[in-house]
Design a protein around this ligand. Structure first.
Ligand SMILES: C[S@@+](CC[C@H](N)C(=O)[O-])C[C@H]1O[C@@H](n2cnc3c(N)ncnc32)[C@H](O)[C@@H]1O
Length: 193
């Protein structure tokens, strides 16, 4: 029997497939698995009010999970380059803790400042690094670091370990884990500012 979360996941997957046909920058035909979402959420301390920036939320598989865990005084900033996904998030998420930006992750620092926030506690980065050029990849990581407070964490999930060379340039310690219960399996990087 199909239950509500399964139907919701199927709907989200169909939405991905349609979006992927129009925009290869989405880099996936299915949202991240609940295993991947839980594993990344477990790296976040939700006991205090937090500022989290999510780059590449897609149709919000992480965003909804984060909102269920975040305190009422927290802020979740979503930066999504795909117009359809950004529009969908704007329509679906009615929560005063959330700000959705149809924009490029490279602008993360100025977007955080636009929200009258100096720096974030966590940045979650799920955008594909295989499609953009070397310079843009370095800039995105540099701007993510700039947007993070001292001691803040950058959490990155990717289908390939290629991003490690960019992370190494900007962060001293990088912790890598794999989530095999995801299509395809995910490389999860955790770094601290
Ligand atoms: C692999 S999907 C991940 C989506 C979702 N977070 C998930 O885990 O299922 C990557 C998402 O990043 C978005 N994206 C790609 N490049 C981006 C960029 N430079 N800035 C912001 N979003 C970007 C894509 O439109 C897509 O929604």
């Amino acid at each position: 029997m199909l239950n509500y979360p399964m139907i919701r996941h199927m709907e989200h997957t169909i939405q991905y497939m349609k979006a992927f046909c129009k925009d290869k920058g989405i880099a996936s035909i299915t949202p991240s698995s609940t295993f991947a979402v839980k594993r990344i959420c477990n790296k976040i301390d939700f006991t205090k009010d937090r500022v989290i920036v999510e780059c590449g939320p897609g149709n919000g598989v992480f965003s909804f999970a984060l909102l269920r865990r975040l305190n009422s005084g927290s802020k979740l900033i979503l930066i999504e380059a795909n117009r359809d996904f950004a529009g969908y998030l704007n329509r679906r998420i009615r929560d005063r803790r959330v700000a959705v930006f149809h924009d490029n992750a490279i602008n993360i620092h100025s977007i955080v400042n636009q929200c009258e926030i100096k720096t974030a506690d966590y940045v979650i980065l799920g955008i594909p690094f295989s499609f953009s050029d070397h310079g843009q990849n370095h800039s995105i990581i540099a701007h993510c670091k700039q947007a993070l407070k001292k001691g803040g964490k950058l959490l990155v999930y990717q289908y390939s370990p290629r991003i490690k060379k960019y992370l190494r340039k900007h962060f001293d310690h990088i912790h890598l884990e794999m989530e095999v219960f995801n299509i395809p399996p995910l490389f999860i990087f955790e770094t601290t500012h």
